[in-house]
Design a protein around this ligand. Structure first.
Ligand code: ATP
Ligand code: MG
Length: 441
């Protein structure tokens, strides 16, 4: 697929006299035996030369950084001129990029050894920094001096954690040491870039090890997490400190950003709400509300999209409620949350419970039961929300209802149906409405 189309671009560049290679993630993924997401190409051709060579198939998407997007066989590929990045005085953007004469210089500017390999179109690998050996040893290691590389571009600190988490690799000691020492530089990095890396990190198969080993790094942009580290909950349900509990719960939900962020932030307000009883046990009255409010601030600060933020805040606000195990209880929860978030809530309850003391795992059985009942309700096509109701707004308009009365009447009917007091049939619902109106003064 992608590789064949990209190979054609390399052939055209080479024929015109410009050396060209596959670079970065696609070389790494090919060596790992995975299908790469994008096939990035680096070449000696300047952006204007690439534009001239590919004509209508070329788009100047990032000429300042030397990048032209080239279409081939209906797919789009980034072709970037060999370059060395100048100084990064703000730790974010290279002050200037200088086009370079060779692939060797281009590889030297790349972040980690496993990302700093090039591949000829025929598959021969150019590996100047020991990338193959680090892939075999499952190691994340900076190209050249780690501290200098992080000072040039602080985002690399978080990228190191992200690649370690997604690939399940370890971070080489001198790179790890520089990460801890330079972590504060992340303060300068834009929220959007932090969020993009965090979404990948949290969904990585090795995220548990990384989160446990680098709370100081996360704490630079999520300072609210720091008081959770080592916080002894002194509560019969808990056998871990608050941060360890949090991380174990993150690791226990499906790899989806909303769920992972929900678990990371679900107890974030606990340290602000505890009271102690006479036996020295801690209680955290009202903490889901406090945690939800803090999560809302955090998600806003990180510029998360509105829908994700709202879902996370809702799930946190609900996470400590008792799970209903009756049709009626589940019906109203689905109505309040929607089916998708109700299912997520069950996943949250399960993960939260799994990360607690083993004696209390019975909560998981309750969640299993709730899930069975939900499936049963859906199988029976039980009415769970307004769109399932056998009457709609037009029916009520025809009966002379106006404006707000319509929504209110539909809600009233839905409540009746969910409670099992009315049949979800048109005639029955209209009769129920007529009866209600007769009783009105
Ligand atoms: P993914 O599969 O997640 O896209 P990737 O390795 O392709 O992984 P990108 O962010 O797409 O990662 O970057 C492409 C390549 O550009 C990297 O492999 C690396 O060589 C280089 N690179 C990206 N960001 C940086 C950076 N901040 N500093 C140095 N090199 C970088
Ligand atoms: Mg990529």
């Amino acid at each position: 697929m992608g590789r064949e189309q990209a190979t054609r671009i390399i052939e055209i560049l080479e024929k015109a006299g410009f050396p060209a290679y596959f670079v970065g993630g696609c070389v790494r993924d090919t060596l790992l035996g995975r299908e790469p997401e994008d096939w990035d190409i680096a070449s000696a051709a300047r952006p204007e030369q690439v534009m001239a060579l590919f004509g209508a198939d070329a788009l100047p998407t990032g000429c300042k950084h030397g990048t032209v997007t080239v279409k081939s066989g209906g797919e789009a590929f980034e072709v970037t001129t060999f370059r060395t990045d100048g100084r990064y005085s703000d730790g974010r953007h290279p002050d200037q990029v200088t086009f370079a004469g060779s692939i060797r210089e281009d590889l030297a500017r790349r972040d980690f050894t496993i990302n700093a390999m090039a591949m000829e179109k025929g598959g021969r690998i150019l590996d100047l920094y020991g990338g193959i050996s680090d892939l075999k040893g499952e190691t994340i290691r900076c190209v050249r001096n780690a501290r200098i590389r992080f000072e040039e571009d602080a985002l690399r600190i978080l990228r190191a954690l992200r690649f370690a988490a997604t690939l399940g690799f370890a971070i080489e000691p001198s790179t790890a040491d520089a990460i801890h020492r330079e972590a504060r530089l992340l303060e300068r990095v834009a929220a959007e870039r932090i969020l993009a890396e965090m979404n990948k990190l949290l969904c990585g198969k090795g995220c548990r090890e990384i989160l446990l080993a680098y709370p100081d790094v996360l704490g630079v942009f999520l300072p609210e997490l720091l008081p959770c580290v080592g916080f002894d909950q002194r509560n019969i349900h808990h056998c871990y400190d608050l941060y360890t509990h949090t991380v174990l719960s993150v690791d226990s939900v499906a790899a989806e950003p909303v769920l992972r962020w929900t678990m990371l932030l679900h107890d974030i307000g606990k340290v602000n709400t505890f009271t102690e009883d006479e036996r020295g046990q801690m209680h955290f009255y009202g903490h889901p509300k406090v945690s939800a409010a803090m999560a809302e601030d955090i998600c806003t600060r990180l510029r998360m999209r509105k829908k994700d933020r709202e879902d996370i805040v809702t799930l946190i606000a609900w996470h400590d409620r008792d799970i209903p195990v009756t049709e009626k209880g589940i019906g109203s929860a689905v109505r309040a949350l929607g089916e998708e978030n109700f299912r997520r809530l069950l996943a949250v309850k399960r993960a939260d419970n799994r990360a607690q003391a083993p004696e209390y795992r019975w909560v998981c059985q309750k969640v299993d039961r709730a899930e069975e009942i939900l499936e049963e309700l859906l199988r029976k096509k039980q009415c769970l929300c307004l769109k399932d109701l056998a009457v709609n707004g037009n029916d009520l308009l025809a009966l002379g209802y106006e404006g707000r009365e319509i929504g209110a009447a539909l809600e009233w009917l839905l409540e009746g149906v969910i409670a099992g007091e009315m049949d979800n049939k048109r005639d029955a619902l209209l009769a129920a409405l007529a009866k209600k109106n007769l009783l009105l003064p």
